[in-house]
Ligand binder design. Structure first.
Ligand code: SF4
Length: 344
């Protein structure tokens, strides 16, 4: 392992770090739709969508969202149900509600002008320290560093230490290239997302390998998070051009008011599980599931079995298929309906 690097804004190593990172970013950065613009609305939208959601999942939803709400004014004027429908598939719907609330504030009180500094952006609903710094640096060139999970991992490995949260923000600020803060911040996140990845950093292709203290050796005591495994069952019932869906409670902690397929307690050919929260019964049309798919949410990997059902015994409604594209469906419901070729 190398000795711990000493970097600063003025010393040679800091300059070498910035030059290597930005040269790599200029030639290797992924071509992502939000990188084509400095429009604060587009940058802000991408940053909110990318929180807790993979880039691949965000790309198509981002373009679609912008087609429906091309400006902050259009978003502010939309009904919440339309915003949630456009957010469908991205999960963590509180983000969409906060986005909508912030859009109303910008379009109304601020006359369509986004605040230009991180400190002022933080006063908008749903914008924390990270998002404020990202939007301020990328859209307005403010020299403020960002720290997300990717940047944190890069810095902990780079400096060979379990740094406190505040130390990480300080380290990121010290390294920041003040002439290109937006590009630098994106380069740091890109490095964490594509090279210095959680399980197997590709150190041999890393632009700052020569300066790195660990070069991929895991700091002592750090173990990869273990994924939990769960099996869940859903009933798929359709008739006369309609499908049976249930709606999550308005006060649910997750995905409030979203539509989904009725979850059933276990395979319908077994006895219902009395300890399960969802104990809908169902009359299955077959002894084998229609199909099985995998779905991961944060630390849980789900095996999802979908049963062709006649009529679920659950509170819900028959929804005409033509309404589905505009309905606020959960991500998993959308995935199931696509797999069943009910949604395109
Ligand atoms: Fe991460 Fe390896 Fe690069 Fe160090 S050399 S920053 S561990 S990818």
């Amino acid at each position: 392992m190398n000795s711990r690097p000493r970097l600063g804004n003025k010393n040679g190593n800091g300059a070498a770090f910035r030059a290597s990172l930005l040269a790599w970013y200029d030639s290797c950065a992924r071509d992502l739709p939000w990188r084509k613009s400095h429009d604060p609305y587009r940058i802000w939208l991408s940053e909110i969508m990318l929180q807790q959601t993979r880039v691949a999942a965000v790309i198509s939803r981002y373009e679609e969202f912008l087609r429906r709400f091309p400006t902050v004014e259009k978003l502010a004027a939309a009904r919440e149900s339309s915003v949630l429908a456009a957010w469908s598939g991205l999960g963590y719907y509180r983000r969409a509600r906060m986005l909508h609330a912030a859009a109303k504030l910008v379009a109304g009180e601020l006359h369509g002008e986004f605040p230009r500094s991180g400190d002022r952006l933080k006063q908008l609903p749903g914008i924390g320290r990270y998002t404020a710094a990202a939007v301020a640096s990328i859209a307005f060139g403010e020299p403020v560093a960002v720290v997300d999970g990717n940047v944190e991992r890069v810095l902990c490995r780079f400096f060979a230490g379990d740094l406190s949260e505040e130390k990480i923000w300080q380290a990121a600020a010290t390294l920041l290239d003040r002439s290109r803060p937006g590009d630098f911040n994106q380069a740091m996140m890109e490095l964490g997302a594509t090279v210095c990845t959680p399980r197997s950093p590709a150190c041999l292709t890393c632009p700052v390998m020569e300066l790195c203290a660990t070069r991929g050796e895991r700091p002592a005591g750090q173990k990869p998070a273990r994924q939990k495994k769960r099996e869940i069952h859903f009933a798929l019932a359709h008739r006369n051009g309609s499908i049976f869906l249930t709606r999550r409670p308005h006060d649910a902690r997750l995905m409030a008011s979203m539509w989904e397929l009725p979850e059933i307690s276990a395979s319908p050919i077994r006895a219902p599980n009395p300890r399960s929260a969802s104990n809908h019964s169902v009359k299955a049309k077959s002894r084998v599931p229609l199909f099985t798919l995998r779905h991961s949410i944060t630390v849980t990997d789900y095996t999802v079995r979908v049963w062709h059902a006649a009529s679920p015994d659950a509170a819900g409604e028959w929804v005409p298929l033509r309404r589905l594209p505009k309905l606020a469906l959960t991500g998993l419901a959308r995935k199931i309906l696509r797999r069943a070729e009910i949604l395109t």
